[in-house]
Design a protein around this ligand. Sequence first.
Ligand code: PMP
Length: 420
Amino acid sequence: MTTPSTKPALKLDGIYMDHAATTPCDPRVVEAMLPYFTQNFGNPGSRNHSFGWKAEAGVDKAREQVAALIGADEKEIIFTSGATEGNNLAIKGAAYMYEKAPAGSQKRGHIITGTIEHKAVLDPCKRLQKEGFEVTFLSPPKDGVYTAEMIKAAMREDTILVSIMWANNEIGTINEIPEIGKLCHEHGAIFHVDGTQWVGKMPTNVERDNIDLLSFSGHKLYGPKGVGALYVRRRKPRVRLTSLFDGGGQERGFRSGTLNVTGIVGLGKACEIAMQEMDYDGQRLLALRQYMEAEVTKHLDSCEVNGHATKRLPHIANISFGFVEGEGLMMAIKDIACSSGSACTSASLEPSYVLKGLGVGDELAHSSLRLSMGRWTTKEEVDFAVKKIVEAVKKLRVMSPLYDMHKEGIDLSKVEWAHH
Ligand code: PMP
């Protein structure tokens, strides 16, 4: 495995293990974007002068780069502000276009999704449910992987849309996308995939993978924030969507609004780099993740790697540590930027609904870490993170009477606690 010759150096200010949240912008992406802030600043909608043409040429090139990464035609790419918008446009746009009964009536159509999807899928589905669509939210199995069998069991005559993510953002598990897509096509249902964590990391081909709608965000693949793309299939079947914005009719009417030219150029460049370096990055990160998981579990008992053993993205590890207090753990490793198994909603710490969905208890969900690595993560950084985590967990366990009891061989699930 040789380093791609064009890969620039990038020294981050700290240990960053949160690439599933966002990635640094690749310096090559920044370089490609810069002229579009100043010299090529025109509006691609200005058809009568060179400023507009130059901006349009930048957007056209980016559209080709994005389409090439996912095996699509340029005409099938709609630029958005990110995956949240892409998911909303795909889900609501398809539901309103393919509804079986008009607004105001019940039984407007049936939609299938999963309970561990991102909120940017769950919440549009919940809104549609309030508006008269029926939605089946499928619970995942313990390993977190949705199979075509599960979707088949939920499929109905009136199912208009299925929305399943390619890979989960918390545990990295990979769903049976090509098989689910095939099933949807057999049943005449539109298939939307939230590809935010997958695209740019793993090989993607919308034809081979039977996808009708695919959303993703630039900032997860070393591009800028606030830009993304939605793939909309144009043949077999030709997918139509009801647009969410009314306005200037850009993006063939699917998404009105002056194009974010700098962002789009950056997304295009990020896709081009991803295509060239995904194999190298993927292999390197898989080895690093496996090494990290092996080191952590070698030095610590009572910890569990969440999600399917092999059907998982190379760069995301999610580990639960028994007998430690979640907040204490986060405090002890605060010089490692990573995510915990809890989300801070208002004042309370809610355990992750994804981990809960897999059957991980509240306590254990709190003391879970998502460590996600990226293009510039080094083995030294992984060693440092492992050392810190192992030290922190051992220290916290010294203070845990439950851990003592566990060490003495007492089965804690059978203990009858006195209640006062
Ligand atoms: N879907 C998934 C799976 C994600 O991980 C994210 C980002 N965390 C989103 C959608 C939303 O992306 P954005 O915030 O860029 O709109």
